[in-house]
Design a binder for this molecule. Structure first.
Ligand SMILES: [Zn+2]
Length: 254
């Protein structure tokens, strides 16, 4: 028996409420849009929590003045989410590419978990080699730490939330944008929806970068699905947060 056989891999398809925590609007749509559309269609409740305001990501700054950019990105995300079947949106509004604190973010995520009570969480993989964007690293790390601490009463967030909170179990965490996927989810039939959703992030695309993303994603999805019984796949590193997110070296190969 291998150590990794001790624990069953959590099954994201049998969850009921999936909380998707992303650094910027569009990260979940791009990294997992097909999966999210598929899970939403199965009746799984999808909730988005976005860390930053994404106002540094505007390609045509002169067209939209700073005050309006934040609302504009929220609108674009909600339009995209509507295509995929996202039910609810929460925003932390940290400054995009700014000096926000991972510690503060961790507590804000714990507060959100205590309020929303998801049974599965999705976020970006902070251990992606060559990831240079600190928003992605801080977001993934803050989620990981929140997942080992959300049930601990000594971690305080907001009194009214903490007082009502009853500890419960989150079954799994799925890291997208990962270099070490241990689960490939088939998204045949959902790629049209995925790219209709991504296209709603109009402020992020100019020239041919949308087409390049589409081709890259298609090649990547096909590669991931190579040994599977479907044509296109999205890859995730799925771990059990109760055992695998702290001091377990085998998690890397799990
Ligand atoms: Zn991002």
């Amino acid at each position: 028996m291998n150590i990794s056989d001790l624990l069953q891999k959590p099954d994201i398809e049998s969850c009921q409420r999936l909380l998707c925590i992303q650094p910027h609007p569009d990260d979940m749509d791009i990294s997992a849009g097909g999966t999210i559309a598929r899970l939403a269609e199965k009746g799984i409740e999808i909730i988005y929590l976005t860390m930053t305001d994404d106002t540094a990501g505007f390609m045509e700054v002169e067209k939209i003045k700073s005050q309006r950019r934040l609302n504009h990105r929220k609108e674009e995300q909600e339009n995209a989410g509507r295509v995929l079947g996202v039910k609810e949106y929460h925003w932390l509004d940290y400054p995009d590419a700014g000096d926000w604190s991972q510690y503060e973010a961790r507590n804000a995520i714990i507060r959100a978990i205590r309020q929303i009570r998801p049974d599965f969480v999705m976020t970006v993989d902070p251990w992606l080699p060559y990831e240079a964007h600190q928003d992605h690293i801080k977001c993934g790390m803050a989620v990981g730490e929140a997942l080992i601490l959300y049930n601990h009463p000594m971690v305080k967030t907001e009194e009214s939330v903490d007082n009502l909170f009853e500890p419960y179990q989150i079954d799994g965490v799925a890291f997208s944008f990962t270099a070490r996927p241990n689960m490939i989810i088939g998204v045949d039939g959902y790629r049209e929806k995925k790219f209709r959703a991504i296209a709603e992030h109009k402020s992020q695309f100019h020239g041919d970068n949308f087409e390049i993303l589409k081709v890259y994603d298609e090649l990547r999805s096909k590669n991931l699905a190579k040994d599977q019984n479907f044509e296109f796949g999205e890859g995730f590193k799925i771990l059990n947060p109760n055992y695998m997110l702290h001091a377990v070296p085998e998690a890397v190969d799990y």
